[in-house]
Design a protein around this ligand. Structure first.
Ligand SMILES: *Cc1c(COP(=O)(O)O)cnc(C)c1O
Length: 496
């Protein structure tokens, strides 16, 4: 399987090369040149039936193997077994839990308690295997912009991994206290963490600039270092995420919620559009997902885009109680535009240039039509807390703020359309990562700080706290550096 850029350059890469590079030379993102299929025409039902009873690891191997066929079976098995092991506190890796008329795909049982662990547990294995396969001897510096959860998951994944340095930029004062301490207490000589005086978009734009800065590249080359990415712009992040949507669909079939081949809907709390795009790739492979319900918080640029075909970032930016979705420039949308436009790299190039210059673009009628299988909705911070409170009181199930956004938008969707197709909701984080908001939502008094809120919430609900989130306040802060949005290059160099 080869990978091509969304911006039309002729240059194609195999999967190890695409994973090492992270982003294409023409600044585009890599997509497979054609979508691998789960089954031959007419064989889908049998193929799905054949997946029943398989473990998460087995399904991951089948799905990831179709996209990353440059890895040998043994290589891929080693990556998967290294990634999805007892680090996950749920034996089935991704439990699917029914509550309140929906099926929650609990993606947060990894080490850092967010769905980012699903891909970032395996990315370091895919990366180091790729380096060996491609005979790369340079050190790889993984540059990461985070809205809160990618940073810690990338740090955990790459800490101590030989031949790599991991550098994370998070928006200062705009992540939860738990998220911040998770990152700033990270151990490991190859880990570097910076708070940036800006928001996630500033961090992501700054990081992308460094990727495309030849002078900076040359400076690193002198030191025997090259850059890669742990953000969902890297296909090594995106593809492992396809596996859990296939797994979730198969669970619905196993439980008799649907028959093999019948449609299901997907609901995803969305920021950078990586997670929901992965579900779309599952559909492209053959899984009969019908609607993709894209849930946003008050930063509802995607809701407006899906409804109008106009992507417009000339708007206020809000810091909300679902901070991992406080994003205006959703990188992975570029991949969807590429696919929906019939792989028109020139058009994508033009829209991205307009976004940079004019802060808006309007897609073609073909893309607008393609967006028909997406539904966009958003939810305010108050509604988010209401959704958490209702779910807890009525169904004894605790949602984090991001998943609550998805649940509320899903409820709106059902009310508006009457569509009762069974739905999988991506449950993207442990409620304890956002314990202050969640505690308030279930009626607890305000805690002294985010760490106390974790203890209070555990006492009140009895829901188990993941190991990594316990007693975080007792973990020393090891990273205290703050940088400005134009200071990313120096920050990176200071750590090498
Ligand atoms: C990253 C994140 C999201 C958004 O996912 P994208 O792939 O960026 O759209 C949603 N919820 C949580 C908890 C996250 O960490």
């Amino acid at each position: 399987m080869k990978y091509q850029s969304t911006r039309g350059s002729k240059d194609v890469k195999n999967s190890p090369q695409a994973i090492i590079k992270g982003i294409a030379e023409d600044k585009g993102l890599y997509v497979p040149v054609e979508m691998p299929k789960l089954a031959e025409d007419g064989q889908l039902v049998q193929a799905i039936e054949a997946l029943k009873g398989k473990t998460y690891q087995q399904i991951a191997e089948i799905i990831i193997g179709k996209f990353f066929d440059d890895y040998t079976e043994d290589e891929l098995k080693a990556c998967i077994n290294g990634a999805y092991d007892s680090k996950f506190e749920a034996e089935e890796i991704v439990p699917v839990v029914e509550a309140g008329g929906a099926h929650f795909l609990e993606l947060y049982h990894g080490k850092t308690a967010a769905f980012k662990d699903m891909a970032l547990s395996i990315l370091p294995y895919l990366m180091t295997t790729a380096l060996k396969k491609e005979h790369v001897t340079d050190k790889i510096c993984i540059l990461t912009a985070t809205s809160g959860d990618t940073g810690k998951a990338a740090l955990e994944g790459f800490a101590g991994v030989e031949g790599t340095e991991i550098v994370v930029f998070f928006p200062n004062h705009a992540v939860s206290q738990v998220q911040e301490r998770q990152m700033t207490s990270q151990e490991g000589a190859n880990t570097h963490v910076f708070a940036i005086n800006g928001n996630f978009d500033d961090a992501q734009t700054g990081v992308k600039k460094l990727f495309n800065d030849p002078a900076f590249g040359a400076l690193l080359a002198e030191r025997g270092v090259r850059l890669s990415s742990a953000n969902s712009i890297n296909v090594g992040r995106l593809i492992p995420q396809v596996a859990y949507y296939v797994y979730g669909y198969v669970k619905l079939v196993e439980r008799g919620v649907i028959k093999a081949g019948e449609p299901a809907n997907v609901v995803v709390p969305t920021g950078n559009f990586g997670n929901i795009l992965s579900s779309y790739l599952a559909k492209e492979m053959g899984i009969p997902f019908a609607k993709f319900i894209c849930a946003s918080n008050e930063n509802k640029v995607l809701t407006d885009f899906i409804n109008t075909g106009v992507y417009d970032i000339r708007r206020d930016f809000f810091v909300t109680n679902s901070p991992s979705m406080d994003i205006l420039i959703s990188s992975n949308l570029e991949r969807l535009l590429y696919l929906l436009s019939g792989r028109d790299g020139a058009a994508v190039q033009q829209w991205m240039a307009q976004l940079e210059k004019e802060k808006r673009y309007e897609v073609s009628s073909a893309v607008k039509e393609g967006l028909g299988c997406f539904y966009g909705g958003f939810c305010t911070q108050e509604e988010t807390e209401e959704a958490i409170g209702d779910m807890y009181r009525n169904h004894d199930y605790l949602l984090d703020t991001h998943t609550a956004v998805a649940y509320k938008v899903y409820a709106d969707y059902v009310k508006e359309t009457g569509d009762e197709t069974p739905a999988l909701i991506a449950s993207t984080a442990s409620p304890y990562k956002f314990a202050e908001s969640v505690g308030r939502a279930v009626g607890l008094a305000d805690a002294a700080d985010g760490f106390e809120a974790v203890r209070q919430l555990e006492k009140a609900t009895g829901v188990k706290v993941q190991k990594g989130l316990k007693d975080l306040d007792k973990k020393p802060v090891l990273h205290k550096d703050v940088c400005e949005i134009d200071g990313l290059a120096d920050a990176v160099l200071s750590g090498l």
